[in-house]
Design a protein around this ligand. Structure first.
Ligand SMILES: *Cc1c(COP(=O)(O)O)cnc(C)c1O
Length: 218
């Protein structure tokens, strides 16, 4: 547990997979964490973070960014269309492009500002009714449509179903990314990031294993 332990485990997983040290980005997921824990990880030199809620992130990160230059912020939670503008102001990457209306909104905003964060298409690999993401069968068409809107889609992201072996979901996501020419794979969390690295993850999203358990959302 903790940043140094997780970093060491990530280096070991990269080596075991025959991948260069540092080739997998460690996104420290700081949603809902007490500020002192996040500041400790910033003070230790880590600069890549993930957040789930636009409003929460907008409340904490501007101040941290001015104190700790070089922060890269990744949006990993569901993104409401009416928060898309705020998200573009704040985030360097968005992992949760999951529907045509959001793609259209991001395209309009990105065109106006002449820039857009790197985008990952979220795929609902388990086809779970309550979970966000495009269905695996619809992923190719959705990626093509988003690319036609000039959106910088560079990756795919998934959250495997609770209590299932994540490996088949990671393999499915990797196949979708490969056949669509997407270089980035956002997969793997505290409980399964080493499996994800073995199966090609380029970005792992690790929260509680770095920071400790998070308080429930108020
Ligand atoms: C919260 C969250 C994580 C981090 O989960 P941990 O189990 O704390 O590592 C990763 N990905 C997404 C999409 C999340 O919402």
């Amino acid at each position: 547990m903790g940043l140094s332990d997780i970093t060491a485990r990530l280096r070991a997983a990269e080596a075991a997979a025959g991948r260069p040290a540092g080739s997998v980005a460690l996104i420290a997921v700081s949603k809902l964490q007490p500020p002192d824990r996040v500041e400790a990880v910033l003070a230790a030199g880590h600069r890549t973070f993930g957040e789930n809620y636009v409003q929460e992130a907008a409340g904490k990160w501007p101040a941290w960014r001015s104190r700790f230059p070089g922060v890269a912020l990744h949006m990993i939670g569901p993104l409401q269309t009416n928060k898309a503008k705020a998200a573009l102001d704040l985030f360097d990457a968005i992992h949760t492009l999951d529907r045509p209306s959001l793609a259209q909104r991001l395209a309009t905003l990105a065109q106006a500002r002449g820039a857009c964060p790197a985008l990952f298409v979220q795929v609902n690999t388990g086809a779970e009714p309550q979970k966000a993401g495009v269905l695996p069968d619809e992923a190719d068409a959705f990626i093509a449509a988003a690319t036609r809107l000039d959106l910088p889609v560079t990756g795919a992201m998934c959250i495997p179903p609770d209590g299932e072996d994540p490996a088949p979901h990671f393999r499915l996501l990797a196949a979708i990314a490969a056949r669509n020419g997407l270089p980035h794979l956002s997969m793997g969390m505290s409980a399964d990031f080493e499996t994800a690295v073995a199966l090609g993850a380029t970005h792992v999203r690790v929260g509680s294993a770095i920071f400790g358990d998070r308080p429930a959302r108020a």
